[in-house]
Each structure stands twice: as structure tokens, then as C-alpha cells.
Write a protein that binds this ligand. Structure first.
Ligand code: KIV
Ligand code: ZN
Length: 535
């Protein structure tokens, strides 16, 4: 059974590994990432095109914003199972169900820690109580939803027999998926596989439910551990695009999917992933989260298919397979074939966007067309990569954000860099600010601070060219630190100052929204009698 033309591998059910994407939940817990609902929906739609089996869309109890995003995805994204995370509390499970129930394929994912470290120090309870919590949570979730996933958190540092007992309770109560997380990225492939084999021996009925791996990358072993779990019998892998997630992140979706595809000869497993959508999904997530992909990252890094040494280049020119184990086209890194010019009309734009998988109509199409025209007037040719950048830039525009209305920048030898900006506030009021700075970008950022009456520290500033060439679109990412919290934003324009100012304003809007979300989370935690709602 070889790879099909869509990139998805056709294998028998027993060998089908389900891909559970947690970019929007565990991935979104990475510092500085704060996606709004429109951005989350865009990522979820792309995940559906990528062919993931399950989208963990968020943690609905965490804040009204999280709830709204999960609910919107459940209502609008077709294909994958839509899952919401919940602790064992009734309020969490009610919220998760309230948000996912609109999906044709809803799932509630509930979890409680089984390690003594967590039970004693975080939950401040005992093993018996945790057993009761697991039983009640799965039973309640099951009363709402046929598909219920249970995770014993920090299982790889927990007593194995005790964790097996808790898993057994979840299975008894009707859990359909048992996920065993390596929460702190501590286990090794051999140890994790051995643990799974022992669970199959100890837990009655485990062979009749779906088993799942969830591995963090603290020791760089997330993909290896997930693969070991699959070889030991698990058929769901929890992973995130670009390996995003708490601390060092989760198992990277693109790496595990290509490992399963490329080494099908040794294991016979397959996934439903349309691998040709991988590169695009990675770019979209990187753009919207403001998290760049390291150049040497496997599969999606800029250098993943580049050959530098003369010996390698010589080999690849003679025969590609001398130094390549997969083709760039397999992961969607083919040449940038769609090209529009400045005379292209609305229909041509809509067709090109459709070929790229974006179905845009009405106001959204008008906005995209306006942005396209602005770029096309300054750039000879607008390519597929440019279009992708323009469309995701439009998605980032949100009703409640600060907008750049106009800007002026002057710099040159013998004069102090100076900038003047005017910004439309979420209230509709237009404010202006003016400042000098260490350079023109610094002056523009200071002018924005003056206009908006805000103060943040610039934690990161990054400029990339979307494509090569002198007239390339510039893409700027700004990370701001405000009161100790990070928030990022990015902007795309042919003018690097404009892209920088827009990126700064988006980071500022995200930072203000983050502060509001944290307040809401604190209120929820207070109401539930604890301080940390995040898993
Ligand atoms: O890492 C972890 O344990 C988690 C659980 C909520 C599954 O993310
Ligand atoms: Zn996790």
C-alpha cells in the first residue's frame, strides 16, 4: 500500500494512525502566542485541509475568548473531530460540552494528574480522591458526549500500577480514548514503549479503546517517544504544527507525519495527512503565532531541502536520492506557480485564492482585493506566497484592534531619525504621536507609544522577505513584553516601516487582549477555588 496521490497513505484501519492536532490548545500555551477567534478559525480550516483527524480547539473554561473560539470552530469547521479540554471539574466539563456540542463530531477531553508530585503539591489531595475525580468526570462527560478522551497527566513520572487503576476506571466509565501524556518530556522511547505494554497487560478493555500518545520535547525526544508509543500499540498521536506547545513544545506534526510516511517500509503505518499541505500549514501557523521556524527544522525549515556542500550538490544533481530521503514537493514546498499582475481583477484573485484553498467572498474578498492592489501597484508580480501572506495579514485585522491610519518617517545622515504616526483606537478615535529614536523603526515605535499612551518593552523584532527579489514583500514580527507577559504581532507590506508599525500595533492589541483574558482566567480560577486553570 503506497502513498496515494493526495499524499495521504492508504492503509488498513489497524495500521491507521490518527493525528490529533493540539496547536490551538497546547500550542497556544506557548509564551507570547495569543490568537484571536478569526485566526484560530483560519488555522482550524487549514488543519482540516491538511487532513488531521482531531482538532483540539481549546480549553473552553479558561476564558470567554477560548469558549467562543472553540464554539465557532465546532460550528464552522467540518471533517475532523472537534475536541475541547476540561479538568475533572463539573464547570470545565459543562463548558467543554457547551462549546463542542455544535460539531458533527464532538469530543470532550478530560484529565487529572496521577503522579504523586502533582497529587501532593499541585492538587493537594490524595490518590483515592483522584480516582473519584476521574470516575465522576468521565461519567459526566459521557452523559453529554459519546466520544470522551481521558488523560492521566504526568503519567510518565507516576506509579505505573496506580495509573493503570485510574485508566481502568476511565475505561469502565466509557472513555473512548485513553491518552498517556509525558507531560514534562521526561521519558525515553524504550521506557515509554515498555509502559504501554504494561498498561495493555494491566488494564482490562484497553485493547478495545483508542490509545493515544502526548509527548513533550523537553529532552528533544517528543517525536521519538511518540513513535515508540505507536509501535507499542497506540493509534493516536497528539502533536502540534511546528512543534509548538508548553515549554520546549509538543511532538511536531510535520515530523511524525513524515516519519510515518517515509518509513512505512519498516512499520506499515499510515495517516490521513495530505502531506502536500504541510508547508502551507506551517507558514500560516508561524505567521499567525509570530513564532518563526528555525532554518534547520526538519521537514519545514528553510534548509530542510537545501544542499550546501559541493559534494552533496554534486550528488543531488546527478541523482536526487543520493542525499534526499523525500521530495520537497511531498510536503508542499513546490515552486511558487500562481502569479498575478497589477492588472489582475477580482475574479482572477478569487480564483487564485481558491486554488490556494481560501474561499473568500463579500467584504473579506473586497478587503483582500484592496490589499492585493496596494501590493500589485508596487510589485511587478504577485506570487502564491505573496497571496498567502496578504490573506493571512487581512485575517489578523480584527474589529477591536488598533489600526495604523498614517505614518511618516524621516532618517538620513546628519539628522535624527524621526517618525509621526496616527492610529485609530478600538473606540474609533484617531490619535497621533511623534518621536525621535535610535533609528527610524525605534522612532516609529516610540511615536506609537506616545499616541496610544502605552509602554511596552520590545522583546523581539524580526524582518523576513516573503519571496526573493528586490521588490519582495516584507514581513515583520514584533514581540512585546508588558508587565512581564509576552504578546506578538506581525505585519506584511512592501514598505518595511509600514509592516513594522502594523506588527507593533497588532502586538499591542494582542497584549491588551491577553491582559483582559488573564483577568477573566483569574476570575474563573477564583470561582473554582484554585489559581491555575491552565493544564
Ligand atoms: O501535557 C499534558 O499532560 C497535557 C494534558 C492536558 C493532556 O497537555
Ligand atoms: Zn501537553
Amino acid at each position: 500500500m503506497g502513498p496515494s496521490t493526495t499524499g495521504a497513505t492508504d492503509v488498513s484501519d489497524a495500521n491507521r494512525v490518527h493525528i490529533f492536532d493540539t496547536t490551538l490548545r497546547d500550542g497556544e500555551q506557548s509564551p507570547g502566542i495569543s490568537l484571536n477567534t478569526a485566526e484560530k478559525v483560519e488555522i482550524a480550516q487549514q488543519l482540516a485541509r491538511l487532513g488531521v483527524d482531531v482538532i483540539e480547539a481549546g480549553f473552553p473554561i479558561a476564558s470567554p475568548g477560548d469558549f467562543e473560539a472553540v464554539e465557532t470552530i465546532a460550528k464552522g469547521v467540518e471533517g475532523p473531530v472537534i475536541c475541547g479540554l476540561a479538568r475533572t471539574h463539573k464547570a470545565d466539563i459543562d463548558a467543554a460540552w457547551g462549546a463542542v456540542k455544535h460539531s458533527e463530531r464532538p469530543r470532550i477531553h478530560t484529565f487529572v494528574s496521577t503522579s504523586d508530585i502533582h497529587i501532593e503539591h499541585q492538587l493537594r489531595t490524595d490518590r483515592e480522591d483522584v480516582k473519584g475525580q476521574a470516575r465522576a468526570a468521565v461519567a459526566l462527560a459521557k452523559s453529554y458526549c459519546a466520544d470522551v478522551e481521558f488523560s492521566p497527566m504526568d503519567a510518565t513520572r507516576a506509579d505505573l500500577e496506580y495509573t493503570a487503576e485510574v485508566i481502568g476506571i476511565a475505561v469502565e466509565e466509557g472513555a473512548t480514548v485513553i491518552n498517556v501524556p509525558d507531560t514534562v518530556g521526561y521519558t525515553t522511547p524504550e521506557e515509554y514503549a515498555a509502559m504501554w505494554r504494561r498498561f495493555y497487560e494491566l488494564v482490562p478493555g484497553l485493547d478495545r479503546v483508542e490509545t493515544s500518545v502526548h509527548c513533550h520535547d523537553d529532552l528533544g525526544l517528543a517525536v521519538a517517544n511518540s513513535y515508540a508509543g505507536v509501535q507499542a500499540g497506540a493509534r493516536q498521536v497528539e502533536c502540534a504544527i511546528n512543534g509548538l506547545g508548553e515549554r520546549a513544545g509538543n511532538c511536531s506534526l510535520e515530523e511524525i507525519a513524515m516519519l510515518i510516511r517515509v518509513r512505512e517500509d519498516v512499520h506499515g503505518f499510515g495517516t490521513g495527512i495530505n502531506t502536500r499541505e504541510i508547508a502551507r500549514t506551517s507558514r500560516l501557523v508561524s505567521r499567525l503565532t509570530g513564532y518563526p521556524v528555525q532554518p534547520n527544522k526538519a521537514i519545514v525549515g528553510r534548509n530542510a531541502f537545501a544542499h550546501e556542500s559541493g559534494i552533496h550538490q554534486d550528488g543531488v544533481l546527478k541523482e536526487r536520492t543520493t542525499y534526499e530521503i523525500m521530495e520537497a514537493t511531498e510536503v508542499g514546498l513546490e515552486s511558487n506557480s500562481i502569479v498575478l499582475g497589477k492588472h489582475s481583477g477580482r475574479h482572477a484573485l478569487r480564483d487564485a485564492l481558491e486554488q490556494l484553498g481560501y474561499r473568500i467572498e463579500g467584504n473579506a474578498l473586497n478587503a483582500a482585493f484592496k490589499a492585493f492592489k496596494e501590493v500589485a501597484d508596487r510589485k511587478k508580480q504577485v506570487t502564491a506566497l505573496d497571496l498567502e501572506a496578504i490573506v493571512s495579514d487581512e485575517i489578523r485585522d480584527r474589529g477591536d484592534a488598533h489600526e495604523l491610519t498614517s505614518f511618516e518617517v524621516t532618517a538620513g545622515s546628519g539628522r535624527d531619525p524621526w517618525a509621526k504616526v496616527s492610529v485609530t483606537l478600538p473606540s474609533g478615535e484617531v490619535v497621533t504621536g511623534e518621536s525621535t529614536g535610535d533609528g527610524p523603526i525605534d522612532a516609529a515605535f516610540r511615536a506609537i507609544q506616545q499616541a496610544t499612551g502605552t509602554e511596552s518593552e520590545l522583546a523581539e523584532y524580526k524582518v523576513d522577505a516573503v519571496t526573493g527579489g528586490e521588490d519582495a514583500l516584507g514581513e515583520v514580527t514584533v514581540m512585546l513584553r508588558t508587565d512581564g507577559f509576552l504578546a506578538s504581532g506581525s505585519g506584511v507590506a512592501t514598505d518595511i516601516f509600514e509592516a513594522s508599525a502594523r506588527a507593533y500595533l497588532r502586538a499591542l492589541s494582542n497584549s491588551l487582549e491577553g491582559a483582559a483574558t488573564r483577568e477573566a482566567e483569574a476570575a474563573t480560577a477564583d470561582a473554582a477555588g484554585e489559581r491555575t486553570p491552565g493544564p
